[in-house]
Design a binder for this molecule. Sequence first.
Ligand SMILES: Cc1cc2nc3c(=O)[nH]c(=O)nc-3n(C[C@H](O)[C@H](O)[C@H](O)COP(=O)(O)O)c2cc1C
Length: 390
Amino acid sequence: MNASVETVQPSDLRQFAGHFPTGVAVVTTRDLQGKSYGVTINAVTSLSLTPPLLLICLDKCSNTLAAIAESGTFCLHYLEANQSHVSRVFASKSDDKFAEIASRLSEAGNPILDGVLAASECRVTETYPGGDHTIVVGMVERIQMGGGEPLLYHRGGYACLDNRVGARDALTGVARIGVAELVAVTWLPELVASLRRDYPGLTLELDVSLTASLFARLMEGELDAVLIPGGRFDNTNLVASTLGFTRFAWMASPRLELPQGPITPPDLTKHPILSLGEGSYHYGPAEEWLAAHGGSRRRVDVCNSMSVIASLTQAGLGVSLLPPGCFQSEVAEGQLRVLDTRPEMPEVEFSAVHMKRQPSVIPEAVAKAARQASSFQTRSEPTQDASLAA
Ligand SMILES: Cc1cc2nc3c(=O)[nH]c(=O)nc-3n(C[C@H](O)[C@H](O)[C@H](O)COP(=O)(O)O)c2cc1C
């Protein structure tokens, strides 16, 4: 013990609290105008069995707390291991968190989130002051329980249970991993090193291909997990977790005749487009972007390798959509130029995807290692409140 009550700062307490691993919960409600609210919390505990009570602690500044004060009811959800994106959305101060997360309304009028481990609807019976938080006691009126593994929170990061004692040695065999080229040329070495370190009994079979082919092989059961672009996979048999976001931009050789200022799609399509084929994630969005903004393609040459497209672009043979983060030295040396196109291309999310309910834990272990190895950006996280629990 080396700090007294007078010297304990909020940051000390937050750090201290972070040593205690917890699950991750989302509390939802609707105000009297029918607007939905939700907040990520981990300050939650069962309080009493008879009567059935639980308690949650909410920051006095929480918008969701204000809405619960109006509605007198809330739904508490425990998140599943693949729902860290749900936690991030509800930890934000966004005005419309439900636009991104699928939910339905219960009879009591609370939003119920899809795909959670378990959910319970509660009626508020008491509230108590608790420093900068309010303690809300809820009478549990309905409970729903699914299967799956919980999402955990520890020392400011998300985790899941696949580090269980014994898992390391138990994991033997071949991990068949489908890898998008951008992953292959960025953080794949870190992933391979971590899998070798953590699971010495596992050997790897890597397939570097375009997204459509990797996805088809996953669905056929020929791959255990795929690391591909895309953020939404509307298939209830799949588990997808985010690997972060990366920016793509139109690039060209500085020798190519293009305006110096903002460049529009019609400026671009005066030159041949060098593109990954239709089986790539980018083909469709690039096509739509060009068409929506007046760029009818004059000539498109396709190739199934991003690195080859980059060297053809560098040689002045056309313009292409590339991740500038991977070509910083070429840009610095004047071999490639990042074009200032208007509007900007949206950022691309990458995900680790595997089939649900696999007999083997290899897919989950690969997805977890990929999440840790990924160097892609997480979307700018909102500043969390001074919640003791957060
Ligand atoms: C893992 C995690 C746990 C959190 N736990 C709590 C908590 O127990 N109580 C709380 O008030 N805020 C907690 N937060 C912070 C809130 O999610 C955050 O302040 C949110 O923006 C509040 O949203 P609202 O004002 O729309 O209700 C937590 C955040 C994270 C990421």
